[in-house]
Design a protein around this ligand. Structure first.
Ligand code: 5GP
Length: 217
């Protein structure tokens, strides 16, 4: 059973962040099937003023996925020309498809003074770690290899070849866990979700992000 999406107030103070953006970037990576997309969606519903970044991808939409909501689905030529024009804050090839976070998408969230949660792979996270050192980096892991295998098969959305490719890549991705500030084990969705929410709320209270405006300059 998923926990309820109780809201919690933001600090009553202004906030400042290191780097160019005042807003907080929460980067969540995990091997495919670890449940990070559901966790990110839950966090967006549970934490006020947090939006889920919508990536661009050349992958075909899965049933129930909507263009503009789950991804911006584009063809390879469009994606490549965006790369050439430097329009991505980060991009990577994952499972044979191209995925990227458009700068314009991030800028839109920042202009609206919203914190943003990104569900991206370890290559993209490494790029953003350089560009946004004040970002919050969270790695979600499955409780065991068997559980990951089972979850990937239960989705019924990938072929056996694709599942094998994702399992091989999961092994590689898991080796990167120590590059992240937080590791959440997704054995129980409700607990994992509460942990992610706790991380985000605690990070908002970092003194480096809080500006006690009433003290003056
Ligand atoms: P899926 O096809 O299952 O939605 O995503 C496959 C992988 O691509 C996941 O690990 C997901 O986190 C990653 N991914 C999704 N969007 C982006 C993105 O914008 N940039 C990068 N680097 N990876 C992404």
């Amino acid at each position: 059973m998923r926990p309820s999406c109780a809201s919690s107030a933001r600090p009553g103070t202004g906030r400042r962040d290191r780097g160019s953006a005042r807003q907080m970037l929460v980067v969540v990576s995990a091997p495919s099937g670890a449940g990070k997309t559901s966790l990110c969606e839950w966090a967006v519903a549970a934490v006020p003023n947090l939006v889920h970044s919508v990536s661009h991808t050349t992958r075909a939409p899965r049933p129930h996925e909507m263009d503009g909501r789950d991804y911006h689905f584009v063809d390879a030529a469009t994606f490549r020309s965006m790369v050439t024009r430097g329009e991505f804050a980060e991009w990577a090839e994952v499972h044979g498809h191209l995925y990227g976070t458009a700068r314009a998408v991030l800028d839109g969230y920042f202009a609206a003074e919203q914190d943003v949660i990104l569900d991206i792979d370890t290559q993209g996270a490494a790029i953003l770690r350089e560009a946004h050192p004040a970002g919050v980096f969270v790695f979600v892991v499955p409780p065991s290899w068997d559980v990951l295998d089972r979850r990937l098969r239960q989705r019924h959305s990938e072929s056996e070849e694709e599942i094998q490719r994702r399992l091989a890549r999961a092994r590689e991705e898991l080796r990167h866990y120590a590059e992240y500030q937080y590791v959440i084990v997704n054995d129980d969705f409700a607990r994992a979700a509460e942990e992610l929410k706790a991380v985000i709320l605690a990070e908002r209270r970092r003194s480096s992000r809080v500006d006690l405006g009433f003290l003056g300059a």
